[in-house]
Design a protein around this ligand. Structure first.
Ligand code: AMP
Ligand code: ZN
Ligand code: FE
Ligand code: FE
Length: 294
């Protein structure tokens, strides 16, 4: 049983359509796949149809942009929330608005760096994506021959502290943990120690989030080394949190994140789904269920 709980499609910054992503998951021997695009559920229907046809299980999820008290960006995976729950919808709309609003500013800064880039270059590579992100700006830069790949685009221009970096709105992490629960879903902190110093989300901060209803933490992720994984697994155990593992696959957009490169233990997944069922029940919302193919 191979379970991959964190992947992206072209609804955000992945490079595959939701249906192609499901097809790739089948080829990679994945039995349970979660689609977790940034800040949108727009890939869900296409992925669900493909999962039914392909005979694999789909967990409908998203990866929500939040900000921890200290100001650090934290990605929060939300599984099976009712995406029509008004407070969730309102926050996602605000986050997506912030994503769109910063594109012209990033383009302007790149122009000040001497690159002849236009908003239309970004819009073209973003295609029908609901959530535009820095990876789309990166793809536009690749298309213009300004950089080799997304990695170089982030390193030179787009990462925090680089010249074209522009901050954007994100919901408070604590608030979003509550919203996801009230929407009948379960929340799991994505790559808690990826690209951050581990002091941001230490055991005490994760404990406070657990008290607010956090269900789990993503332990096995490519941004975590062996020592970090061991420490995070111990924290999950201490706090009674589910420990997940996943690829954070972005199609061709992110090297080293092949589908199934990390997976979630079936017992941990079962526990997460029990928590989701309890959350759906408590919320009184029509939360989505697992989609299971024949
Ligand atoms: P944004 O959503 O606009 O804040 O961009 C963040 C996304 O960019 C992350 O979810 C990653 O998928 C991607 N990303 C961040 N850093 C890099 C990098 N160095 N190379 C490629 N993709 C990256
Ligand atoms: Zn991404
Ligand atoms: Fe992330
Ligand atoms: Fe991700």
């Amino acid at each position: 049983m191979r379970i991959d709980l964190h992947t992206h499609s072209r609804a955000s910054d992945g490079t595959q359509s939701p249906a192609d992503l499901v097809g790739a998951a089948v080829s990679a021997g994945i039995d349970v796949l979660a689609l977790t695009d940034h800040d949108t559920a727009d890939g869900w229907d296409e992925a669900a149809e493909a999962a039914v046809a392909a005979g694999i299980t789909l967990v409908r999820g998203m990866e929500i942009s939040t900000r921890h008290a200290g100001g650090r960006g934290v990605h929060l995976l939300a599984y099976l929330p009712d995406p029509t729950y008004p407070p969730l919808l309102a926050e996602l709309t605000r986050v997506l608005g912030g994503r769109d609003a910063r594109v012209p500013e990033m383009v302007q800064r790149l122009r000040e760096c001497g690159i002849d880039i236009d908003i239309a270059d970004v819009r073209r590579v973003a295609g029908a994506a609901t959530a535009t992100g820095r990876p789309h700006v990166a793809d536009a830069l690749v298309g213009l021959g300004a950089v080799r790949d997304r990695e170089e685009a982030f390193a030179r221009y787009l990462a925090a502290g680089r010249p074209a970096y522009v901050d954007r709105y994100a919901t408070s992490l604590a608030e979003m943990v509550g919203i996801v629960s009230a929407a009948g879903g379960v929340a799991v902190v994505a790559h808690p120690w990826g690209r951050h110093e581990r002091t941001t989300l230490d055991e005490s901060a994760l404990g406070e989030l657990a008290d607010l209803g956090l269900a789990g933490i993503e332990v096995d992720h490519q941004d975590h080394g062996p020592a970090e994984r061991r420490a995070l697994r111990a924290i999950a155990r201490n706090l009674g949190l589910v420990a997940t593992g996943s690829s954070d696959h972005h199609g061709a957009g992110k090297a080293g994140h092949d589908l199934g490169c990390n997976t979630t233990d079936p017992d941990e997944f079962a526990r997460l789904m029990e928590l989701a069922a309890a959350s759906a029940e408590r919320s009184g919302r029509a939360a989505p269920e697992l989609v299971t193919g024949a």
